[in-house]
Ligand binder design. Structure first.
Ligand SMILES: Cc1cc2nc3c(=O)[nH]c(=O)nc-3n(C[C@H](O)[C@H](O)[C@H](O)COP(=O)(O)O)c2cc1C
Length: 219
């Protein structure tokens, strides 16, 4: 393929569309993992696919940090534990009890862990689009994370999103440049939980998913 493109575009048939719907419906946020390792080539391929996400001005602001050092993982778990216990204090009564019973990260077992950042100072994209709406850089990275999660699900690999962290502490621990903003800490591995097409937080009574039409507005 050249810089101008190449190859002929595939045609997606009905069977593929049905499978794509299933892939989207059965993607889940996973917090329970088997300890089995993931093939590094698969992880590499997932990152490659994530990097095909749309990005404002083609800025490709995503940065992936594979967190492999056990000592660093211990620090991330401590960061989560502190942030999670702080979050618990913001709830009261039954809601607090329910929050305390939720498992909100698979940091103890996930064989692959990666932090995802947005490089706000990257020169790629020449500011197209992000000059008017700087948040579009962060939006671009969020899109890449979603692609990664879908691609992982297609391999039977689960991805769990962890945002209950002190981002500044995480950036310091991982020694990332000052212009990198935290987007996601991802746990990856084979799920240690049965597949479901219903979010775990819905099954646990935290928050139901609403009918999609309730989110559509017309002006
Ligand atoms: C930006 C973002 C941050 C999230 N942070 C957490 C988190 O810290 N802990 C957690 O258990 N799930 C986290 N999640 C997962 C959501 O809880 C989950 O996506 C939602 O409950 C719907 O479930 P589903 O992804 O299985 O459809 C996060 C998801 C997103 C998109």
């Amino acid at each position: 393929m050249t810089a101008a493109g190449g190859g002929s575009a595939p045609v997606f048939d009905q069977r593929f569309r049905a499978q794509l719907r299933d892939l989207i419906a059965w993607r889940r946020d996973i917090r329970h993992f088997k300890p089995d390792p993931l093939d590094p080539a698969l992880v590499d391929d997932l990152v490659r696919l994530a990097c095909q996400a749309p990005s404002v001005g083609n800025s490709q602001p995503w940065r992936f940090v594979l967190v492999e050092d056990p000592a660093l993982r211990v620090r991330v778990r401590a960061n989560f534990a502190a942030a999670n216990s702080e979050a618990l204090h913001e709830y009261e009564g039954e809601r607090a009890k329910l929050y305390a019973s939720l498992k909100l990260a698979g940091l103890d077992k996930a064989p692959v862990q990666m932090a995802v950042f947005c490089d706000a100072a990257g020169a790629l994209g020449h500011g197209l689009g992000s000059r008017t709406v700087p948040e579009t850089l962060m939006h671009s990275v969020a899109g890449a994370v979603t692609l990664l999660a879908l691609a992982a699900r297609a391999h039977g690999v689960g991805v769990g999103y962890v945002s209950i962290l002190d981002p500044q502490r995480l950036c310091e621990d991982l020694e990332v440049p000052a212009d990198w903003h935290f987007v996601a800490y991802l746990c990856l591995g084979y799920p240690g939980i049965e597949d479901s097409d219903v979010p775990e937080l819905q099954r646990r009574g935290w928050q139901d998913r609403l009918e999609y039409r309730s989110f559509v507005h017309r002006r």
